[in-house]
Design a protein around this ligand. Sequence first.
Ligand code: OAD
Length: 252
Amino acid sequence: MSVQRIQIKRDTHLLVLTGAGVSAESGIRTFRDSGGLWEEHAVEAVASPGGFARDPVLVWRFYSERRRQAKESAPNPGHHALARIEEGLGSRFLLVTQNVDGLHRRAGNQRITEIHGSLFETRCTRCDREPFADESLHLTPPLPECDLCARKGQKALLRPNIVWFGEMLDPANMLRIDRFMAEAEGHPFVFLAVGTSGAVYPAAGLVVEARARGAQTWLVNAEAPDNARFFEIFIKGPSGRVLPDLIEVEAP
Ligand code: OAD
């Protein structure tokens, strides 16, 4: 394994992007390891607005199973390492995750933007109420309906608060990332991507933006992903083994 380490100075800003690979060692399968299928379902069937319109019972069963699986999983040494790093850096740290499993939060990270949503939140398909915390399982009908819409005499299904294919990311999350990069510019700035295939934008493009703002760019991944060429340093290996020793904090 590589002995390369990220040097953190007193004013270094660290932006971390994680993907499904970080949770692989917690027993949660990644997306692109099964030929367009996700836990035996075509991705469009369970992760698109069209799929939900066609078969909401299947989609709710699918995400209920994902909720249950995530609850039964535990953060691994990779998650714990990122939580310790945040503890050391405070507001000079931001974690952008594409994962919806909640494991980063359970490991202790607080400065997180979950850009693809969260398995443990639900929202309405009709009204603009805020997404709310929800761990309930809907493995069979009846499906959950919005009580706020019902009070107005309208019938509307609830849905998991996941960003599906073809949907927009929450602009507030993108703004937070942009603000962090603006603050980091002019300081030592490190961008670290972990466990992500670089296939889904805009997350896959963050490395290019960070470089443009002067970041040193690091990648930790089990194999070279699609966008590996954009990174200056690539460490090939499982995040649970690499992350615990990756960061070196310079003595003040
Ligand atoms: P992918 O499944 O596309 O990629 C996971 C990456 O992690 C692959 O490059 C693997 O080689 C790597 N990997 C596997 N095990 C690893 C380990 N133990 N340590 C380090 N790396 C490992 O997952 P994402 O890039 O997260 O979107 O996928 C991006 C988005 O596509 C997901 O958020 C999801 C999906 O559609 C939504 O659900 C909206």
